[in-house]
Design a protein around this ligand. Sequence first.
Ligand code: PLP
Length: 395
Amino acid sequence: MISEKMYELGTKKSTIRTIYEYGRMRAAEVGEENIYDFSLGNPNVPSPEGVKQSIFDILNEMEPCAIHGYTIAPGDPGVRETLAASINKRFGTKLTGKNLFMTAGAAAAITIVFKALSEPDDEFIAFAPFFPEYRCFVESTGAKLIVVPAHPVDFQIDFAAFESCITKNTKAVIVNSPNNPSGAVYSENTIKKLVAILAAKEQEYAHPIFLISDEPYREIVYDGIEVPYLTKYYMDTIVCYSYSKSLSMPGERIGYIAVPDEITGFGKVYGAIAGAGRVLTHVNAPSLFQQVIARCADMTSDISAYEKNGKLLYNGLIEAGFTCVKPQGAFYLFPKALEDDDYAFCERAKKYDLLLVPGTDFGCPGYFRASYCIKLETIEKSLPFFKKLAAEYEK
Ligand code: PLP
């Protein structure tokens, strides 16, 4: 009668959502100030003032029908030219508007790309720990998600494991750096090794293996660390970008796909992206916000708050006895749980109203994610409870 798979996806809540809703219930019972909710990745730093000003200016300057009307399917040509110029200026690329396809955020961008590339028997590779939605996005195209186990020492890449996952059916590899949930940023060395393997496998199998770069956290990095721009290292790269985090506006649903001219079969790939956008009805990304980002392309929210939060939480957890790779970007910590069963560990943490997400959901059992885009005071107040939780395991 209906698609059981869609029913399951629509009714079975994600663990993150379930924990968040539990937090809302507890907040009603014991007060917001007594809940330490590390579950969601919802930016808590306001958008730059320029976003608000741009909205006012657009409303005052442009014709209402131009602001709120349809754009062409890939997005407003002027907006795409402006964004391409901004990307070129920052990363030394040679994009023009025709290389960009505007989307409703990174989720739409990745979904479109998976759909555009997918043929029967295809496999897409992701590295654990990974954004949990990849699985249903890939599987909805009929393709298979292959997961490379984590390299927990630094959450870079286990290259031997990666190589053994590539087969003649590998269509693409998706990377996410800065990473949700580990906070790791792939170094230039990691990228060079990764693309060398891909280039060799393209030769061996005589077909392109695309690299999809999912980068909603590109600007959220600490200690001046560089995030390599992948099209410069590997020509078969497709970039999926979003303004959800860099401009703190995930609810406005705006981002883009960048397909460089050098990619194998540019016309076919871009055409398939347009086709996938069409069947998924991800055409004409929100018109007003296309205009807004064109005016705010070079701005970012003040990320110093995340850096401060991250340092406080990281130092606090290390002091409490946790093991954790120091985050280089994004706004998540991914420490080792204090027992093998990460679900049991997160359940136990609830006793102190510490709301944490089990690592299993990110393809990495035995770990947990703590999202620190929350108030600094909440982190400060939570630290004694992390200590109490850790002490329970010392007994
Ligand atoms: N990719 C990763 C790694 C994410 O963490 C998220 C959101 O948290 C997305 C994609 C989706 O982002 P958007 O809000 O732009 O759809």
